[in-house]
Structures are given as C-alpha cells and as structure tokens.
Design a protein around this ligand. Structure first.
Ligand code: GDP
Length: 363
C-alpha cells in the first residue's frame, strides 16, 4: 500500500500522532498493527459504505483498505549537511509517496521547543529548506555524472544535462521540484531522482484540545503557507487523539458528540492523506467478505482488477459494476438487476469512487 511519511521538527507531536494512528490500526479487526518495522504503521481507512456493501452482498465480514504511515524522526536544522542523523532521515523521505508535515501550534511550557518558541512560519521554513537542500544535493550528484558522460560525447547525456541544469536553477531559487515544468519526455528523468520536494504534502497543525476544531492564531499563520503550495491544513490535537485511543469505540463517539467534534482528528487525517495521494475507493464483495480497495484516480478497470489479484488484470474480460449509491438505494442485488442498475464495463472503463465491482476474467 501507499506510504505517507510524518515529518516535522522534534517535539511537535509526530510520535504522539504516529502512535495514535498505529493503535487505530491495532484495533481494527482485520488489520493487526504491522510490527515489521516499529516506525511503520498500517492504518485502515474508515469508510462508512463498507459495512453496507457487506450487508447488501451478504458478506460475513469487512476488510478495509489501508495506508502506511512512517514516523520519520530526527529532522533538524542542518540535517542535509549531516547534522545529527539528518541525512539518513532525508533518505527515508525519498521512499514515501506523500509527506505529512506536522507543525507545532500548541503552547506548553513543559514541552521544550527546539528553537525556543512556537513559530509555525519559521518551523515550516526550517524543514522545507532541509528538503530543498537534500534535492539540490541529489540533483548535483546526478549533474556530475551526466557532465562527465556528456564530455565524452554521449548525446543522450548532453540532453539530460540541459534538463538537470534547469532543474538545478529552479531549486536554487527556492522553488519546489513539484512546480518544475518538464516536457513529457523530460518528466521520467525528473521522476527517477525521487526528489522529496516533488511529493504531495499535507500540513497537520497540532493544537491544544481547546483550540479544536477551528485552530488558533498559529494555525492562521500556517493556512496561507499551505494554500501557496496548493495544499491544506488538517487541525488535530495529538494529545486528545492519544487519549481517544484509550477509549472503546462507543465511549469515543459519545465523547466526540459531546464536544461537538463529530469525527476524530485521526479519521480526518487519514482521509486527507487519501486525498493528497489522489486515491479513490472501489469495493468487491463475495461470500468471504466485503473489501475496499484503494486505487489512484483515473485507473481503468483491468488495473483496478489487478489490485485484487494479478491474474484478474491479465485475463480481464469485463466488470459487472454498480455504483454504491444505486446499490444502496435498490436494497439488494436482485432489485438492482431488475432496475437495470448493473452495468457491464470493459477494459477502457475508468473506475469511479464508490463502484462495487465483480470481475470476469480468463485464467
Ligand atoms: P515528536 O518529537 O515530534 O515525535 O514529538 P512527540 O510526539 O514525542 O511529542 C513531544 C512532547 O509534546 C511530548 O511530551 C508530548 O506529550 C507533547 N505533545 C504532543 N502533542 C501535544 C499537544 O497537542 N499538546 C500538548 N500540550 N503537548 C503535546
């Protein structure tokens, strides 16, 4: 599954959020919290539609889809120059699909701030500078190799050299790899560098419990920064989330309803991460269970089938498809069939969020 890396300065609440997410994973029936790596948590994506799919299809259990969260500790000022274990952590960030940038927006004299005061604008700048420096280093290394090859008369290298020099200028001006304009033929060259500033980012403002759900003046500093980068801010309280994981599900809902919050911050965070990864959900259901599957928006039916089983993609014939809302309204498969709501879709069909699908394939 796709991975989100939690980054941020020390003491902003990353581990607290990570642990709350991990225990949410440990709690879900079919997702024993993966302990392959203590820094990676497999977290189920809550979806209210899934139990209803199971009910309609007569499936005995529900199996949600999941996202992996990675706790990337240790980013500090100077990390790109090897301060602390910084460069190692930056290397970890290259592996993830999206970045969740946790920013301290709470005051607490008991919790030391690495820079002595709460200041989201400065904090974000510190982290983002390290990310940019890491990318500059990556591009410079590549430039060295390509330059040498170009000097020896390698024509392909000469063309790459031009792209990487432009990219280097772009990053040197403080702009992110994400906003680098590369031609269709150049894009793969940029992609294969796995630049950290090329990844989608989501900001998490960690506030005190009393500043939920709207935030505070620190969060207001953060919002325009996120907006400038074309992304958004999720306001959560890591401390509150940690406490919520101690409650059983009914108590938790009671607490949330009482405080007018409706949904736990973690759930909003998981959904926001799903969004920045450009993911949508389709369902399958049989006598074993009802499953939710995550695919990138724009995925066609055979590739969606491949998520379920690689044989399904290779031998794909067609997909019996019904949208969740039609299925829900019809109330049963027989009624849906009767009403002509079941569609037969072929290999060019672009799967929509909420599709319930049954694949037909050759073995
Ligand atoms: P990390 O270094 O970013 O992983 O931060 P931690 O999650 O270890 O948190 C650092 C300290 O801040 C711990 O003592 C937490 O209990 C505390 N902390 C985390 N989130 C909050 C919060 O929302 N409010 C307050 N007051 N303290 C918090």
């Amino acid at each position: 599954s796709l991975q989100c890396g939690l980054v941020g300065l020390p003491n902003v609440g990353k581990s607290t959020i990570f642990n709350a997410l991990s225990s949410a994973g440990a709690e879900a029936d079919n997702y024993p919290f993966c302990t392959v790596d203590p820094n990676v948590g497999v977290v189920p994506v809550p979806d209210d539609r899934l139990p209803r799919v199971a009910e309609l299809a007569g499936s005995p259990e529900t199996i949600p889809t999941s996202i992996e969260f990675v706790d990337i500790a240790g980013l500090v000022e100077g990390a790109a120059e090897g301060e602390g274990l910084g460069n190692q952590f930056l290397a970890q960030i290259r592996e993830v699909d999206a970045i969740i940038h946790v920013v301290r927006c709470f005051e607490d004299e008991e919790v030391a701030h690495v820079a002595g005061s709460v200041d989201p604008t400065r904090d974000v700048e510190v982290i983002n500078t390290e990310l940019l420096l890491k990318d500059l280093e990556t591009v410079e290394k590549r430039l060295d190799t390509v330059k040498t090859a170009a000097k020896k008369g390698d024509q392909e290298a000469a063309e790459e050299l031009e792209v990487f020099e432009r990219l280097h200028d772009h990053l040197s001006e403080g702009a992110w790899a994400r906003s680098f304009e590369a031609g269709a033929a150049e894009r793969p060259l940029v992609d294969e560098l796995f630049l950290v500033t090329d990844k989608p980012v989501l900001y998490v403002a960690n506030v005190g419990e009393n500043d939920l759900p709207d935030g505070n003046a620190y969060v207001d500093q953060l919002r325009p920064i996120a907006q400038n980068e074309g992304t958004r801010v999720v306001v959560t309280s890591a401390e509150l989330e940690a406490q919520l994981t101690e409650l059983d599900p009914e108590e938790r809902q009671l607490f949330l309803d009482d405080s007018g919050l409706q949904r736990a911050g973690l759930e909003r965070l998981i959904h926001a991460a799903y969004d920045v990864l450009d993911l949508i959900t389709f369902f399958t259901a049989d006598e074993k269970g009802a499953y939710a599957w995550a695919i990138e928006e724009g995925t066609r039916a055979p590739q969606a089938a491949g998520e379920v089983h690689s044989d399904f993609e290779q031998g794909f014939i067609k997909a019996e498809t019904i949208h969740f809302s039609d299925f829900d309204e019809a109330g049963s498969e027989a009624a849906a069939r009767e009403a002509g709501l079941l569609r037969t879709e072929g290999k060019d069909y672009v799967v929509e969020d909420g599709d319930v699908m049954e694949f037909r394939f050759n073995v």
